[in-house]
Design a protein around this ligand. Sequence first.
Ligand code: ATP
Ligand code: MG
Length: 266
Amino acid sequence: MLVSVVSLKGSPGVTTFAVALAASWPSAGRALLVEADPSGGDLAVRLGVPAALGLVGVAAAVRHGCDAEALWRHSRQLPGGLGVVVAPPDAEQASGALRALAEGVDVIRAAADQSDTVVVADCGRMDPGSSAMAIVQRSDVVVLLSRAHAEDLAHLLNRLDAVGRWGRRAVFLLAGTGYSTVEVAWALGVAPLGRVPWDRVGAAALWGRSRRGLARSALGRFAHKLAVELTSRTPEPAELSIVPPSAQPAALAVATKGDLEGRWTP
Ligand SMILES: Nc1ncnc2c1ncn2[C@@H]1O[C@H](COP(=O)(O)OP(=O)(O)OP(=O)(O)O)[C@@H](O)[C@H]1O
Ligand SMILES: [Mg+2]
């Protein structure tokens, strides 16, 4: 399965949640985090490892054709064990690598299609023309994160229906403080599936040696719930989707009934 995590504005915690989601994936699966942010990666610096072997290495390899294991070969392990393919911090290098990947063998999809495997791609902020768009469009699920302040919601309003068409399935999550989930659903005509807890302890646990700290944290529990939900069943067409109200009023009614919100509010 290929899951892209994206934002449309600001920095609502895309990298943090993408790592949490991959690290919280149900144990039977092999999980890999790919930093595919065209504005440059953070993880190489954070881990103190050279970025050259990560995304840039994969991009070089696909020019010669490569197999589904190529992503794994170019991954590093976080202290807790999660494999990550780091992007270079430099935006030009990162977007260059992403463009090369889009033109070569689809190594990300090939890895994601292996049994019991999830590839979580941190695609960063999806500006028009983003070089991560090819990955997003090939994703099984696009997870959109947004803060819930007026300026963030104003940006979402006109682009939500487009996001709903990017991948096969779209999941809309709020992050942090701001308007309530119900207020956002009312203003946008789209019910967020939930709200990523703002949890400094959980965010810090991502970089620790033990996964137990993350598993116990509000952030880890929320990420695990989403992972289980994404692996467990095929959603009803309207249930988890971003549904433009004008296009599908009936589906919107299903999405705003509150059942999902009740289950997902941490
Ligand atoms: N759920 C969270 N709880 C607590 N802190 C968080 C959470 N998500 C992110 N943070 C903190 O907020 C900061 C920015 O997070 P992060 O790098 O994940 O955002 P981003 O959306 O990927 O930003 P960028 O646009 O720079 O890629 C980091 O210091 C991170 O630790
Ligand atoms: Mg980021």
